[in-house]
Structures are given as C-alpha cells and as structure tokens.
Design a protein around this ligand. Structure first.
Ligand code: HEM
Length: 133
C-alpha cells in the first residue's frame, strides 16, 4: 500500500512526515502538490520515480543538489500508489488543485515505455524549467 511503500523506499531520505532534511533532501510535504499543478510537473513526478534525478533544484526557498535514485524496479501500480500517497499525505490533500486526478498506473507505464528515456541529469534540467513558488 502507499504508506508502506513510502516507509520502505522514501522515508529514510524524505522523512516520516515528508519533511525532508534541510540542505540534503527536499521536502515533499507542501511541495509535491506544487508539481501536480501543471502537466510538466505531473510528468516530472513520474519521471523522478522511474529514472531518478540529479542537479540543482530549488524547493521552498532552499537549493538541493543531490542524487535521487531511480525506483524503476517498482511496478507501475506501486509507483502510482506512492505518488498518490505523497500527494495526499501530511495535509497535501488540501493543497491539490480542485481538478486534480489521481496518477494512474497507465500514465506510469507510458512514461516507462517512452522511446527516449531521460537521464537523471536531463530530468534535473527539465525540472529547472518548471516554475514552483
Ligand atoms: C527529489 C520523491 C526516495 C533523495 C525528489 C523529488 C520527488 C521525490 C518527487 C523531486 C522534487 C522536485 O523536483 O521538486 C521521492 C519518493 C521516494 C524518494 C516518492 C521513494 C520512492 C528518495 C531516496 C533518496 C532521495 C531514498 C535518498 C537516497 C532525493 C534527492 C532529491 C530528491 C537528493 C533532489 C535531487 C536533486 O538534487 O536533483 N524525490 N523520493 N529520494 N530525492 Fe527523492
């Protein structure tokens, strides 16, 4: 389930409550939802999970420059579950756009099967063009 998968795969870095770790791991609480507001951000959430990410990223006023490992070994369903969990946990549900729709396994599958898969570096570069507050 989403909470269990989060605990097993993500909490070590992003924290039990999605709070992150200052200077090292960006928070997901009050942040993952910012990425759910645009199609590019939504695609980014999926790509980060499948392929990882590296390069500087600005999140809620702090810059992070680390490496996020890929979780492509998880199934499409598991990745969708984790993303839907982080988009709704810790009060994030109240920050989602009104027209938000849950991320589906089919969306994850099509990103996984894309003919050109982005590298972690490319995902970082694309991220820098997504404006979040
Ligand atoms: C970035 C989620 C596991 C370290 C991110 C981002 C998301 C995310 C959505 C992008 C933030 C943004 O672009 O604004 C998750 C989830 C995980 C997970 C759901 C579990 C499947 C981990 C683990 C680590 C980690 C285990 C540490 C080993 C990082 C780092 C970044 C990041 C360092 C920033 C990368 C950069 O500086 O370019 N994570 N993460 N994450 N994550 Fe994770």
């Amino acid at each position: 389930s989403g909470p269990q998968l989060y605990q097993q795969n993500c909490a070590f870095c992003h924290g039990d409550n999605g709070q992150g770790r200052p200077g090292a791991f960006p928070p997901l609480a009050a942040h993952a939802t910012e990425l759910a507001k645009t199609p590019e951000g939504r695609a980014h959430l999926i790509n980060v999970m499948l392929f990882g990410m590296q390069g500087p990223v600005r999140v809620r006023g702090s810059t992070y420059n680390g490496v996020m490992p890929a979780f492509g070994q998880l199934s499409d369903e598991q990745i969708a579950s984790i993303l839907n969990y982080i988009l709704n946990a810790w009060g994030n549900d109240k920050l989602l756009p009104r027209d938000h729709r849950p991320i589906t396994a089919a969306e994850v599958r099509s990103a996984r099967n894309a003919t050109s898969r982005p590298t972690p570096q490319q995902i970082g570069d694309l991220r820098s063009r997504i404006n979040v507050p």
